[in-house]
Design a protein around this ligand. Structure first.
Ligand code: DLL
Length: 432
């Protein structure tokens, strides 16, 4: 018997979902037109007014928003409510150093937490559960989102945040965590640590809710076997609130998108043309209920497929496949979004040339990031002490830009192979 958090919404008829979407879209476009001059101008440039948008069929007339728009409008340019009505921000890295800052009213937080609660209940959660949240807290949306969802379901919530594996395992065994929420790579690492310490008999986990980075069906099997649980996928991005935009049910064949809050489209990433259901392309979201950060037609850069085939769980909302890649060069390292342009910016600021290579790998289920960069003829040195100190300075500057540790390896000028075509800057050795 399937569990639902908001059954009437989650199993509404397609006609009902369309009616909600049409009505909310019209209202949202008016809200944005009235309150977000940045987007209003984009509409005006296309000769549009709110009267042109009468239903979801008209959505394709509206202009797209991209991370570049967020950068240009940073920090308040896309705000749909006065700051005095906002109660929270969350943030993530953006392109070339500017962060994405998303704003929330209390109403927005409430809806976001409902979405996360749906994910927890779909994974079998009830108020009897102990939800162990090992996503990062703070600016990252993972911890706060699942924390709020868990409260709504009435579960005992353990706000562990990420890292400190000893402490994670102590709480997990002493307090009997039943649902684990973290990145899939951390789940795999925890499974290994539990195995190494012979704790398997002492854990009570039954399910896990894992997302924020790509993971394969093989990894799912590995985690499920390692922890003795059922592992569910969850998807979202800071710009659309955070986790809970879409979540898996017992069928584990794609994630249901919360269509009462988001309209999803698949477009050709090169032409912007809307593609028919079942096509592979870039996922675009229109938020129809969020007030403070009401993004219309936001290009996620995630490549996936949508399907409305009936689902055995009874939910009627459209399902998205696992993201199959990105149409930009963003890397997700330890759950943190990293753009090569951010690394390049740090190197240039520190007086290095743009001759570098970024090597990403996965060791013991944890991502590693190494930046190999050439010294200039001017700062070249073969003194180990000097090179170590130069490397440390770069490590610190990269940490402050990216928020994660990157190993730095300085090499002699002209060591990194020059490419005749597009420079090969990224070597991603992870086999996901
Ligand atoms: O990663 C929100 C989140 C937190 C989702 C916890 C799930 C669980 P951002 O840091 O803004 O937000 O990164 C968003 O992460 O565009 C995808 O490329 C990727 N991503 C998120 N969930 C998944 C997933 C959070 N389940 C970016 N599978 C998105 C693959 C995912 N990629």
């Amino acid at each position: 018997m399937e569990n639902y958090y908001q059954k009437e919404i989650e199993t509404a008829s397609r006609e009902q979902i369309s009616a909600w979407q049409n009505e909310r879209l019209v209202k949202q476009v008016q809200h944005v037109w009235d309150n977000v001059p940045y987007y209003r101008q984009k509409m005006e440039e296309k000769g549009l007014t709110p009267a042109d948008i009468q239903s979801v069929d008209d959505l394709k007339k509206l202009p797209f928003l991209t991370k570049d728009d967020l950068r240009e409008a940073y920090p308040y340019g896309l705000l749909g409510k006065p700051l005095s009505e906002c109660v929270r921000i969350q943030s993530t890295s953006g392109t070339t150093g500017k962060r994405v800052v998303a704003f929330y009213t209390q109403h927005d937080i409430d809806l976001w937490e409902d979405c996360c609660a749906r994910a927890i209940v779909a994974a079998g959660g009830t108020k009897e559960d102990v939800v162990h949240v090992a996503y990062g807290y703070g600016l990252f949306t993972g911890g706060p989102g699942l924390n709020g969802g868990s409260h709504k379901v009435g579960c005992l919530t353990l706000p562990l945040s990420s890292g400190n594996t000893d402490r994670q395992l102590q709480f997990m065994t002493d307090l009997g965590s039943t649902i684990l929420c973290c990145t899939p790579s951390y789940a795999a690492y925890l499974a290994e640590s539990i195995h190494e310490r012979g704790l398997r008999d002492q854990i009570k986990l039954k399910a896990g809710i894992f997302g924020a980075e790509a993971w394969s069906e093989n990894m799912r099997k590995e985690i499920e076997a390692g922890l003795g649980i059922k592992a569910y996928d969850i998807y979202g991005l800071t710009e659309t609130s955070g986790p809970g935009v879409a979540y898996e049910c017992s069928a584990q064949t794609g994630m249901h998108i919360n269509e009462d809050h988001f309209i999803a489209e698949i477009i050709d990433p090169d032409t912007g043309e809307v593609l028919p259901e079942g096509s592979k392309g870039e996922l675009v979201f229109t938020a129809i209920t969020k007030q403070a950060f009401p993004l219309l037609r936001y290009r996620t850069k995630d490549i996936c497929i949508l399907t409305r085939e009936p689902c055995s769980c009874g939910r009627t909302h459209v399902k998205m496949s696992k993201p199959m890649g990105r149409s930009d060069d963003m890397l997700i390292i330890k759950g943190v979004n990293v753009f090569p342009s951010q690394i390049e910016q740090v190197l240039l600021e520190q007086g290095y040339p743009a001759n570098y290579q970024i090597v990403v790998d996965r060791v013991n289920h944890s991502d590693t990031l190494e930046v190999m960069v050439e010294m200039t003829p001017e700062n070249f040195s073969d003194s180990l002490a000097k090179v170590t100190s130069m490397e440390k300075k770069l490590v610190d500057a990269l940490k402050s830009m990216l928020g994660i540790y990157a190993k730095v390896r300085l090499v002699a000028p002209k060591t990194i192979t020059r490419s005749e075509g597009k420079a090969v800057r990224i070597i991603d050795k992870r086999k996901i």
